[in-house]
Ligand binder design. Sequence first.
Ligand SMILES: Cc1cc2nc3c(=O)[nH]c(=O)nc-3n(C[C@H](O)[C@H](O)[C@H](O)COP(=O)(O)OP(=O)(O)OC[C@H]3O[C@@H](n4cnc5c(N)ncnc54)[C@H](O)[C@@H]3O)c2cc1C
Length: 333
Amino acid sequence: MAVGGPARWFVNVDSAARLCEALDLAHSRKWSVLVLGGGSNLVIDDTGFDGLVLHINLLGLQTNMEGGATAVRVAAGEPFDRVIQRLVGMGLGGVECLSGIPGAAGAAPIQNIGAYGQEICEVVQSVEAVSLETGMTKCFDREACDFSYRNSLFKRDPHWVVTSMTLFLEPSEYGNVSYRDVQRFFSASGTPTTLSAVRDAVLSIRRSKSMVLDPNDPNSRGCGSFFTNPIVEPDVINRLRADTPDVPAYPTQNGRFKLSAGWLIEHAGLKRGTRFGRVGLSPKHALAIINLGGACAKDVVHAASVVRRQVFDQFGVVLVPEPVLVGVALDPM
Ligand SMILES: Cc1cc2nc3c(=O)[nH]c(=O)nc-3n(C[C@H](O)[C@H](O)[C@H](O)COP(=O)(O)OP(=O)(O)OC[C@H]3O[C@@H](n4cnc5c(N)ncnc54)[C@H](O)[C@@H]3O)c2cc1C
């Protein structure tokens, strides 16, 4: 978001030994630790972080054939989209719709990233992580990661440094076109839905919404979606539909429903392009809060607080921020 302040101490973690050394130092000095990937899903206070920032820069990608499928071990510092580009190039399916998501691979399991009909949890075989408390390495299988919508064990209990993840991928000629926008793209273009065509389609759709980080696109100066889509009980849907019959709601597990946070924001009277001083809603996407230039972290959380309050006043639904807030918080509800 181009906001925030300096790190008191900063280590470029480019090896397991460096990580171990840095954690020992933090323990002995009783420093707080912040794990940093690409910084695309963080809002850090303008005073910075008064502790040790570990920038995870572990690199490497290894593949291993297992039957007809391929296990791919990706080190946490690999740029995530570069990994997707390689996997699509290798003819491996299951991740093509995650094209264009910024950040490092190690952050992908943290909030179980997802887009256009795929989530990383569908292909994660295991995640290797080092405990911030004990320095011990542990391998979590998919079940132990306890993935759910934009959440995981690692987000709920941020005491782990993810050092690598292993994906289990099947070869595939064609990509996933289950998502409506992707289907529309192909019915308009008429081209075959090969893996690389689906990757290109997703990148093109994302670019049209400024959801690909691009220094030349000021509307991409944000965290992506600022709020998760609320998951609510059926009684909330019944209450909402009594007043607003056209409210979109999608059934999920356990009889609950997913609402569209973007729809709620726009129908609470906050149109795309609404400005709050130096921060605004993207003109392309109501769910993205962007830095219009010269904003500080306080401007971002102020705008997010206004949006959250307005949606609550209109619909009685509390939006939950998707980015991790460090040293700042939204106004209490
Ligand atoms: C334009 C744009 C579009 C986006 N689109 C999407 C999207 O479609 N879907 C989606 O899910 N997200 C999306 N995002 C959000 C973001 O890109 C992802 O959440 C991404 O995985 C964050 O990666 P990062 O390396 O930048 O993480 P950071 O911002 O550096 O960190 C995010 C959190 O993860 C923790 N973390 C990072 N690395 C590690 C590690 N190795 N071990 C332990 N903890 C770690 C950090 O401490 C922090 O709590 C988008 C963001 C932007 C700016």
